[in-house]
Ligand binder design. Structure first.
Ligand SMILES: [Ca+2]
Ligand SMILES: [Ca+2]
Length: 226
């Protein structure tokens, strides 16, 4: 967003770049991000082989459902639902091939922005919803490079409200796969159901300090010519 500060003063080529970056930032890399398609697989399948299961949600315990238990999907007609089933954490994952961003990632200036909307059947409070992204240099879990800090959200007790968690993080150099994950602390669900809708993962370039300085100079030059 900082780049837009310079918009009024920079040459058109830079404006085109800024526009491209903004467009990139809006592109959602997740397939079935609104859970409108009901096909899914087991989370263990996705985690065992990213490339064979890319673009498909992997669910540990739960499914994809229309409105239920007093909760209406935030968007469209369907949403993800997860139950604790005794697990310490109940999760849903999707593997995303980011090799098309190789040049940007290699530059060390690539950043993810991830978000999701969470809700529960309500009537109780304390459900702990979480969002994270993990970065890998290959198509299996053993290629883990690093993890974002978790975005943690303690949900309210109202099934009519959806609450958003979001996180941004730099992408480690050599990343070729990102595993996007939404999860609930299973104990915090206390036998209830955790819902998720409108999942999002985007990649954008973060302007280096040097590039920002150059943009500033370009702006000064533009003013002098007038
Ligand atoms: Ca939906
Ligand atoms: Ca709520």
């Amino acid at each position: 967003m900082q780049i837009l500060t310079y918009r009024a003063a920079v040459p058109s080529a830079t404006l085109a770049l800024a526009s491209l970056l903004a467009q990139e930032a809006r592109a959602n890399l997740l397939a079935n991000s609104g859970f409108e398609t009901t096909a899914f697989t087991a989370s263990s399948n996705v985690l065992a082989n990213f490339s064979a299961n890319q673009g498909v949600w992997g669910i540990l315990a739960g499914g994809i459902t229309p409105a239920t238990a007093g909760v209406t999907p935030c968007g469209g007609a369907q949403m993800l639902c997860m139950v604790g089933a005794g697990q310490l954490s109940t999760l849903t994952v999707q593997a995303v091939d980011v090799s098309s961003y190789a040049a940007l990632i290699a530059s060390g200036n690539a950043q993810i922005s991830a978000s999701a909307l969470f809700n529960t059947n309500g009537g109780y409070s304390g459900a702990n919803a979480r969002l994270r992204a993990r970065f890998f240099s290959g198509s299996t879990q053993s290629a883990l490079l690093g993890s974002t800090g978790l975005a943690n959200l303690i949900l309210d007790s109202n099934p009519a409200t959806w609450e958003q968690a979001s996180v941004s993080a730099m992408i480690p150099v050599n990343t070729t796969w990102i595993v996007y994950e939404v999860n609930y602390n299973g104990l915090s669900l206390a036998g209830n159901t955790g819902f998720v809708d409108e999942a999002s993962l985007a990649i954008a370039a973060v302007p280096a300090p040097g590039a920002i300085a150059l943009l500033g100079l370009a702006g000064l030059g533009g003013r002098r010519r007038r």
